[in-house]
Design a protein around this ligand. Structure first.
Ligand code: SAH
Ligand code: SF4
Ligand code: F3S
Length: 505
């Protein structure tokens, strides 16, 4: 069979057996083929001298020494789900023989996209223009797009029409197929588009490459069933599917054996974890099982929908030695009327009561939130309700967003879209309030001694490290890089608003 990578044709790859039908064996099969094709091309390029031109002497030497045959670059937009997906995509590309570069001047460029707000989309189209120029210089380059944006039909139609230089488009449900899709691209010589509308398939046991050796995200569920009226996520991520507890526990055990001390359990609404499993189990019971894993030091999770946050969960958090003192609890709006229109299924009073209950049970907890300003029909009075909740709850921090109309969601066709100038004014007022409170609240642990997970070298000051408290606040302190990835005891000497300066004690 003749295979082409960009301008290069070769027929040296012999495919001996049929691709296995079952996953993940099928993907390992394609990874192997892709790797041998990439290797053959690389060897050819080395012989022709074009590899030297492309990579430079130093890089080429390193590639030959390490058995790498090309470069890749992944750009991730959006949330933690996407970041975690990118770690899996990263590992597949490495297994295929690529190594990572930090710019888009690479042989394989992948954009993992987000579509939660209009801005996220615009960024991708902007970057695509840049990729087009790069591809003209390096015709062997492969450009792949995946993620939430690709689950939208109009987006795919637009790319097919106006961005013909894109090689591969896939969605959120089939990221595990990357090697197979690349293989298809190589043999079919035209754009490969593979978007699944939905899936009930969860492919376990594929490789993944962690950004930090000592901490990792772990998906516990995929998709979302809540259909908040402004939100595109349920349409692009599909219906809620929980992983089996045993698969989750096994994955965490493997991670811990590999040096991970902190995990972040990921889902759009972790509080409804396990409800649809054959043997239903609550999120709180899952947490109890995770807590028992020896060697694991810290457990975080994201995101908690207020409507599903149980007393059982509060109790488990309170009793836990490992669950971090941080809860991200998206408010979205403080107005009961708007919350109803948003289909959030709680009232202002219920949210306030919940926040109060959590703070009473776990006094050292840090509460953070997401707020949308300018939802259709939002009046000044509604907005005042949001400010009121912000003032009463005193969040440690809040992500504030300007409402963005997402085609296909119920809110997009609601009347009374709020004028831009009004939204902008409210946004600025909210941000100011949030930041004021945050500056007061964040410093509350000053002059105490706390456990800090040392995470990285502080880029601002030589000889310093940065780490995080259990409640997620950043701490800078003097320390040796060998401490990275370990829990250390730090005296919080000074609060600087959103972070601390500390000393090892
Ligand atoms: N599952 C999470 C949120 C995921 S999206 C939850 O329910 O809390 C992350 C945040 O993006 C949301 O909390 C919301 O504040 C914001 N967001 C979602 N859709 C939006 C839209 N159309 N316009 C503006 N912000 C939006
Ligand atoms: Fe979107 Fe609501 Fe689902 Fe969160 S819970 S992902 S905001 S629909
Ligand atoms: Fe964006 Fe998809 Fe996450 S739309 S916020 S990347 S689930």
């Amino acid at each position: 069979m003749i295979i082409k990578i960009g301008s290069y044709e070769f027929d040296s790859v012999k495919i001996e057996a049929e691709a296995p039908k079952e996953e993940p064996a099928r993907q390992y099969y394609f990874i192997k083929i892709c790797r041998s094709m990439l290797k053959a091309k690389f060897e050819q390029d080395v012989a022709l001298g074009s590899a030297l031109k492309r990579y430079g002497e130093e890089n080429l030497e390193m590639m030959e020494k390490n058995g790498w045959y090309g470069t890749f670059h992944i750009q991730t937009f959006g949330c933690q789900m996407n970041s975690r997906d990118s770690e899996k995509l990263d590992a597949v590309l490495r297994a295929c023989g690529f190594y990572e570069t930090d710019t888009e001047q690479a042989d394989f460029v992948l954009y993992n996209t987000c579509t939660v707000r209009e801005n996220a989309n615009l960024k991708v189209y902007g970057r695509l223009g840049v990729l087009n120029t790069l591809k003209k210089k390096n015709p062997d380059m492969t450009i792949a797009l995946c993620g939430c944006m690709m689950q939208e039909e109009e987006v795919v139609a637009k790319i097919k029409k106006s961005y013909r230089f894109v090689d591969i488009i896939f969605g959120t449900h089939n990221i595990f197929k990357l090697a197979e899709l690349w293989y298809n691209r190589l043999i079919q010589q035209s754009m490969v588009v593979d978007i699944w509308k939905g899936t009930d398939q969860i492919v376990e046991e594929l490789p993944s490459e962690r950004k930090y050796p000592f901490k990792s995200g772990v998906n516990i569920m995929f998709g979302c069933n809540n259909f908040c009226s402004y939100c595109i996520v349920p349409y692009v991520r599909g219906r809620e599917r929980s992983r089996n507890p045993q698969d989750i526990i096994n994955e965490i055990k493997r991670l811990v054996a590999d040096g991970v001390v902190e995990i972040m359990l990921l889902g759009q609404n972790v509080n409804s974890y396990g409800k649809t499993l054959e043997n239903p189990i609550s999120f709180a019971s899952l947490l109890k099982q995770v807590e028992e894993i020896e060697g694991l030091e810290r457990i975080r999770f994201m995101t908690s929908h207020p409507k599903d946050l149980s007393d059982e969960l509060i109790q488990v958090m309170k009793d836990s030695k490992k669950i971090c003192r941080h809860l991200h609890l998206p408010l979205q709006s403080g107005s009961t009327r708007i919350l109803k229109a948003m289909n959030r299924r709680y009232t202002k009073e219920q949210f306030l009561a919940l926040a109060d209950k959590i703070k009473k049970a776990i006094p050292d907890i840090s509460l953070t939130t997401d707020i949308i300003v300018g939802f259709p029909g939002e009046t000044e009075e509604d907005f005042e309700d949001t400010l009121d909740v912000v003032r009463q709850v005193r969040f440690d921090s809040a992500f504030t967003f300007i409402y963005s109309k997402r085609t296909g969601t119920p809110a997009a066709v609601m009347e009374n879209q709020v004028p831009e100038a009004v939204v902008k004014d409210r946004f600025d007022r909210l941000l100011k309030e949030v930041q004021n409170i945050s500056a007061q609240v964040c410093g509350r642990d000053v002059h105490t001694v706390q456990q800090v997970l040392a995470e990285e070298i502080d880029s601002h000051e030589e000889g310093w490290l940065s780490g995080r408290l259990s409640n997620n606040t950043i701490v800078h302190f003097k320390g040796d890089p060998s401490l990275i990835g370990t829990l250390v005891t730090v005296y919080l000497e000074e609060s600087r608003g959103f972070y601390y300066m500390g000393t090892l004690s």
